[in-house]
Design a protein around this ligand. Structure first.
Ligand SMILES: *Cc1c(COP(=O)(O)O)cnc(C)c1O
Length: 430
């Protein structure tokens, strides 16, 4: 399997090269050259397959010969070492809980898969890779946990000082070993700008920099897995299936659409956003007008220019009318989000955190348009990660899960930086 750059189809690389580079040399996102539907028999028989068997079938063509079958199965088994429960919230409304992994956000799946692919590619080499990642909260912890102790890989996480929650900060600053946290005097966009600048900086080429954001295919593609798992459970209802993804960088929803390309019978996708409404506005008026991100209570979705949207457009051959048949996008304010959290809790006892609640709202809206359907939203993080919002809004006290307890007692270690020059100095001298 080859991957081409979305900026220039003539640039083609293998799975391994695409993972190691992260972004193409022309800064385009990589995209698979061919996408083959899975056989009908696979979907007919899916309830008899384990999650690991399903995941292997879903991803094998994208990895090709770059990782042998036995090793790929091992990587998948380590990636999927936790549950993906589908919980009924109301009639026809389900929550797909993606937060039972080590750092309690869905990003564990992609981070674990990617780290193990890199470890495989490095196993006989002296080469070192540096994974550089900017985080608004959850990516940092998932990447730190996923890459801890991986041979030949150094991880450098940039996070905005004072702008992530206490738990999120501990998750990315307390592990040590091959993980370093750089605490940036600035906002998330400053972190992301520094990371982008580092990729463009010729002096840093020798560092083999790669990215662990969803622009990296090894973080993005395994996110397909759980759409299959949800289908396996909901297939018996024999109704059109709507999925709502609380969306920021649009990596998750883009993986869901790829699963549909493989033949997964998902009928409709809803990209539910907070006040960062670039895509809902695009669908309204046809103009793509990226804006500087606005801070909201669902901070992991505070993205003004979603990176993966170009991949979604590619999957629909840039044909907006085809795309709109399968896809809607709705935007919600913080007030609407809190109101939904309260409603869900009052009506069903279910505790949704702000991202999941945005997903719920988008699903409910689409179910009004398509009342004969059934649907699920992605619950992308555990409520404990947003305890500052969930506890006061719902007037509840959350128990601390064991994954979180284990970081609470540890000392934070970070290096403070102010500018790109500080980052460069750090990369050149470590
Ligand atoms: C990253 C994140 C999102 C957004 O996912 P994308 O794939 O970037 O659209 C939503 N919710 C939570 C909790 C996240 O950490």
């Amino acid at each position: 399997m080859k991957y081409y750059s979305l900026n220039n189809k003539a640039i083609k690389v293998s799975f391994q090269e695409a993972v190691i580079q992260g972004l193409a040399p022309d800064k385009g996102l990589y995209f698979p050259e061919t996408i083959n539907q899975l056989p009908q028999s696979f979907f007919e028989d899916i309830e008899n397959l384990s999650n690991e068997e399903i995941a292997f079938k879903a991803i094998q063509q994208f990895v090709g010969d770059d990782i042998p079958e036995a090793e790929l199965k091992q990587i998948i088994s380590e990636t999927l070492s936790f549950d993906f429960p589908l919980v009924q919230v109301e009639e026809n409304v389900y929550s797909l809980e993606l937060f039972h992994g080590p750092t309690m956000a869905f990003k564990d799946v992609g981070a674990r898969f990617m780290s193990r692919c890199l470890a495989y590619f490095n196993k006989d080499k002296d080469q070192k890779n540096t994974v550089l990642v900017a985080t608004s909260g959850d990516t940092g912890g998932a990447v730190a946990s996923g890459f801890l102790g991986v041979k030949g890989v150094k991880v450098v996480i940039l996070y905005p000082s004072g702008k992530v929650s206490d738990i999120q900060e501990r998750q990315l600053t307390t592990l040590g070993q091959n993980i370093t946290a750089l605490e940036v005097d600035g906002v998330f966009d400053d972190c992301q700008d520094m990371v982008k600048k580092a990729f463009l900086d010729a002096d840093l080429n020798y560092k083999n920099l790669t990215s662990a954001n969803s622009i990296n295919i090894a973080r993005w593609l395994p996110q397909m897995f759980y759409f299959f798992f949800a289908y396996k459970e909901l297939k018996k209802h024999n109704k059109p299936l709507i999925v709502s993804c609380p969306s920021g960088n649009f990596g998750n929803i883009c993986a869901g659409i790829m699963a549909k390309k493989l033949g997964l019978p998902l009928t409709h996708f809803v990209a539910s956003t907070n006040a960062n409404d670039t895509i809902p506005r695009f669908l309204e008026n046809g103009f793509y007008d990226a804006k500087v991100s606005i801070a909201t209570i669902s901070n992991a979705m505070d993205v003004g220019n979603p990176s993966n949207f170009v991949r979604i457009q590619e999957m629909y051959n840039n044909d907006l009318s085809e795309f709109e048949k399968d896809f809607s996008s709705y935007t919600y304010t913080d007030e609407e989000t809190k109101f939904a959290m309260k409603n869900i809790h009052t009506n069903s006892g279910y505790i949704a955190e702000p991202h999941g609640a945005v997903g719920y709202l988008g699903l409910k809206k689409e179910l009004e348009e398509q009342p004969n359907s059934i649907g699920f939203f992605l619950e992308t993080a555990h409520p404990i990660k947003f305890l500052d919002i969930v506890e006061p809004v719902l007037n509840v006290k959350l128990a601390i899960p064991k994954q979180i307890e284990s970081v609470l007692g540890k000392e934070k270690v970070s290096i403070k930086i102010k500018s790109f020059d500080d980052l460069k100095f750090f990369l050149n001298h470590k």
